[in-house]
Design a protein around this ligand. Structure first.
Ligand SMILES: [Zn+2]
Length: 264
């Protein structure tokens, strides 16, 4: 049964590659990871190797610059890590150092201050500020992910301002690094949050909408493909390619609904 499923998945991937977007054209893609426990270290390296066949790994800032002003001459990708999990310091950082791959960590200062994650009931340990400094010493970037992982789409203006400003101030006080990139917790944004964060001088705002970004893509609505390390990279590639069909499927659905209204 497992063999049949694997064959079907391989066939689906072949079809998705043939019928979907051409990944060899110039674009930027962000791959987003969370916890990478020691037992998933090998799987994480598989992801880096698998997608490294399609993409040149670049820093988050280089990706932003490429879509904003170019040149964007070939496929490039960036590794993004969210929250500040302990494993991002103990497992991911040594791998990135060894493989010499850039990345950006969107850290939540309150998690680091407390030493624990509380984004879900399962909890987990957070990185230390010492590890965050090691991350920077390795030439990697940091981003703002709010001070306490708030859903900004549900916050008033004062709370949005405070959460983002406090995060930047705390990161600067601890590391002397000034963040210029922002990622929304849970990917949740609102027109108000977008305006406030833009006015604070942060140059990019990232969501968790999947998909590639081409030259001219707005930095205030960056995309990211969430990667689930319980899936092998081949399966994640299939999910990414399927997601690229979503806008077309929505358009076809809207057209069908419109035709139904006209005909009835
Ligand atoms: Zn998060």
């Amino acid at each position: 049964m497992r063999g049949v499923r694997s064959s079907l998945r391989s066939l689906a991937l072949v079809l998705a590659r043939a019928l979907g977007n051409d990944w060899s054209l110039p674009h930027w893609r962000v791959l987003c990871f969370h916890d990478v426990p020691p037992e998933a270290a090998g799987r994480f390296e598989e992801y880096v190797s698998w997608f490294g066949r399609y993409y040149e790994w670049v820093s988050f800032s280089a990706g932003c610059a490429a879509v904003r002003e170019g040149p964007l001459t070939h496929p490039i990708a960036t590794l993004r890590f969210d929250d500040g999990w302990l494993s991002q310091g103990t497992v991911v950082l040594p791998i990135l150092r060894r493989m010499r791959i850039p990345a950006c960590l969107f850290v939540v200062p309150e998690y680091v201050n407390r030493g624990t994650m509380f984004r879900n009931r399962a909890g987990g340990h957070a990185m230390t500020w010492c590890m965050v400094k090691e991350w920077l010493a390795a030439g990697l970037e940091l981003g703002n992910h709010t001070f306490s992982h708030m859903r900004l789409s549900e916050c008033d203006s004062d709370t949005i301002w405070r959460e983002v400003a406090k995060a930047n101030d705390e990161i600067f006080d601890r590391t002397e690094y000034r963040c210029v990139h922002f990622a929304y917790p849970h990917g949740r944004w609102s027109p108000r949050s977008r305006e406030i964060i833009r006015s604070m001088g942060l140059i990019s705002q990232s969501t968790i909408v999947r998909g590639p970004m081409r030259k001219g893509h707005p930095l205030e609505a960056l995309r990211a493909d969430q990667c689930d390390l319980s899936r092998d990279p081949r399966r994640s590639e299939l999910v990414m390619r399927a997601a690229e069909w979503a806008p077309w499927l929505r358009r076809i659905g809207a057209l069908v609904a419109r035709l139904q209204r006209i005909c009835l």
